[in-house]
Design a protein around this ligand. Structure first.
Ligand SMILES: Nc1ncnc2c1ncn2[C@@H]1O[C@H](COP(=O)(O)OP(=O)(O)O)[C@@H](O)[C@H]1O
Ligand SMILES: [Mg+2]
Length: 290
């Protein structure tokens, strides 16, 4: 039987804090219903983690969550002997024998799982997970035990492809997931968000922020001169800063310029002077039109 009904889909969409991503959410929910593991991917700050948590929260509140890191290994994912199990102190070595990793725990406790920032760890960390997704079984060698994937087990991961500090997925591992893109939402979605989040923000400043976002996204996707565009998260941060700063007496142009330069550093390659200069010039240029 399907895990989620159409009513569930509607309720999940209606209660989601992330707006304008209904299409991606709906696709993810359908695949979850079909029993596939989901990989939400796309540029940072567009709601991947929030969407994944929201879906899992709805399906069952007590899911497990881990954020992958560069140093993550099979030990954290599946389990193994704790380094202190080798201790000369017998009490200590007994206390720290074998530790289950997050996937083994999730299966044993029959809890769904979110692996956030999946591509921050190398594919080698996930070889056990790969087996589980391919064969439905997870052998725990040291424990001489084989865990079976629970029925209706939900696994959602979020990923950023090609970002600094991420690993390229092995294609075999990638194939075990359904990749669903969470990109930049439509302009009117963000416009509506800003009227709700920052009701006092002057219309021309709001327009300036959305124009700035649009331009940076073009510079990223078409001209390929920026490593990323301004995210929805960045749009909200700019709007909130401008609203506060203007309320405290700053003029519109200065407030916008400051906020655009702050977010500009985030989206530029901060180690490249020309990249930083490009976003600063864009910020100043756009400020003139306010
Ligand atoms: N479409 C959106 N609607 C509302 N808020 C958004 C949207 N996209 C991003 N945000 C805001 O950005 C924040 C960060 O999103 P997050 O889920 O961490 O993104 P990601 O995991 O893709 O980096 C959210 O808490 C939310 O406040
Ligand atoms: Mg995230």
């Amino acid at each position: 039987m399907a895990l989620l009904s159409r009513d569930d889909y509607v309720r999940i969409l209606e209660t989601c804090q992330i707006k304008g991503q209904d299409d991606a959410i709906l696709k993810a929910l359908r695949y979850i219903n079909l029993g596939y593991a989901i990989m939400l991917y796309g540029p940072a700050g567009n709601g991947k983690t929030s969407i994944a948590s929201h879906m899992l929260d709805y399906i069952s509140k007590d899911y497990l969550k881990i954020e992958a890191t560069e140093g993550m290994t099979e030990y954290h994912v599946i389990g193994g002997f704790h380094p202190l199990s080798m201790s000369g102190d017998r009490e200590l070595s007994k206390k720290f024998m074998y530790k289950d990793g997050i996937v083994a725990r999730a299966i044993q406790e029959d809890k769904n799982l979110l692996i956030d920032e999946f591509t921050r760890a190398p594919s080698s960390a996930y070889s056990g997970l790969f087996m589980l997704l391919s064969l439905g079984e997870l052998p725990l060698e040291h424990k001489e035990e084989v865990l079976r994937m629970p029925e209706n087990w939900v696994l959602v991961v979020t990923a950023n492809f090609g970002d600094d500090g991420t690993f390229k997925l092995s294609s075999a591992l990638k194939r075990r997931f359904i990749p669903i893109m969470v990109g930049y939402p439509k302009r009117y979605t963000e416009e509506k968000l800003l009227t709700e989040i920052t009701p006092e923000l002057p219309g021309n400043v709001s327009k300036g922020i959305l124009d700035f976002a649009e331009k940076t996204r073009e510079l990223w996707s078409k001209e390929k001169v920026l490593p990323q565009g301004l995210s929805t998260d960045g749009v909200i941060k700019m709007a909130r800063y401008c609203e506060l700063s203007i309320r405290e007496g700053t003029d519109n142009v200065t407030a916008f310029t400051d906020a655009a330069i702050h977010q500009g550093v985030i989206i530029a390659d901060e180690t490249d002077y020309l990249s930083l200069q490009l976003v600063q010039e864009l910020a100043l240029d756009m400020a003139k039109k306010i």
